[in-house]
Ligand binder design. Sequence first.
Ligand SMILES: *Cc1c(COP(=O)(O)O)cnc(C)c1O
Length: 483
Amino acid sequence: MTPEQDLRLSDEVRADVWRRLLASIEDHWRRVDDGRVAPVLDPEGLRQSIEALDLGNGLPPADVIGFVVDGLSRHQVHTAHRRYYGLYNPSPSTMGVVADALVAAFNPQLAAWSHSPFAAEVEAYLVKEFGTRFGYPRERADGVFASGGAEANHTAVIASLVERFPEYRRRGFVGSRIRPSMYATSEAHDSLRKAASICGIGFDAVRTVPTTASLRMDADALRDLVASDRRAGLTPFLVVGTAGTTSAGIVDPLEDIAAVADENGLWFHADAAWGGAAVLSAASRPLLKGIERADSITFDAHKWLSVPMGAGIFLTRHPDALGRSFGTNNAYMPRDAEGLDIVDPFSHSIQWSRRFTGLKLFMTLAVAGWHGYARVVDGMFERGRVMRNVLAGRGWDILNETELPISCFAPKTVPPASRATIDALVKAVVASGRAWVSTALLGSGRACIRACVTNFATDAPDIEALADALDEARETAGAPAAT
Ligand SMILES: *Cc1c(COP(=O)(O)O)cnc(C)c1O
């Protein structure tokens, strides 16, 4: 064997590998709905089976593919399953899988523009297109692809710190008396607190804005909190409104938040990681009214737009924000594009060497078209309404007020079901393998079952099947014999 044959394999072996790869993917997709949604958990057995492989001399590729496909098939929550009602993890589009394979094979480097001009320009195009769809003027729309919503939110915290505190990039807050504060509700994604701590302002800097009874940010309370924090010596710099909260799909009042941000000189970031897809359909667009006033937006293509994992986007209407936040000078990066009108991705991103994240979105969009994506979005809204009606019809108490396709619900009991009861119901449904749902805590801590229409293939019979599994869990839990 030559080193090349060790890694690239011979022509004949490669032909067999590709055939097996395609057959495995096709077989998985055709059969995934017939099996369990969630695996039986067995950490010890798994570790043993992995450690038992003899990797000293290498194994036949066919054996390795077989081992991995078996492992993934049996030990994974299948987001491609049509009864996965989960945490926004999508069933991947076919063109998204094609794109990820092409990206792996061509391996474009998205650090310096001159290394991968095609990749860089495809991403720049998508950033303009999506920025425009969110309502930014095309000539001002800027942004960058990220690993996901967490990185995009982190980017927003950095960009807003750099914008509001000119010394931040150079000195951080070393030797400064400034105590920066940022604002979000209890329902906002926890990646914001993580970002605050990574940025060195500490997660106590994230101030919790009260919500109304429907769990939306109370904009008047935001105004009051900002004022009282100022009096207490804090320096407010950022407010984050969520457009589709992770637990309950709540959309904060974006226009009211924009107004408070304007009055107070705050950067307004809209976290639309999942819910942002609503802007792609004329029917649901109005739900996100005001998002165009956000200084920046987080949007994840790997949620509602159903591309394989690892595709977030940070968008902003301040074309200079990213360069100011991440621009660097160094001698070793290629200068082949000097003098051309281009942007080096590494100077606009937290990442340096970077994968061509945008291709899976580009290829999926290019085949589905904007109209296809609008149909996907409309269809999932429709199934969300069916789900709400079916659950309500079977006597579940729907606890979240949203038009987005996600339901938070609990048995109709007085007093309300405890966390333990909800966890037991969720566990029973997941253990049955028939559907995947989760526990969520709303506002002050009310426990509920969370089910989101996450898969474009989910249809009315799947929702009936979910309701059947839930009803059985409820009956079993209610029967004294079961305890
Ligand atoms: C999922 C989600 C995130 C985090 O995104 P990742 O892609 O998991 O990094 C942030 N905000 C909201 C509202 C989300 O739903």
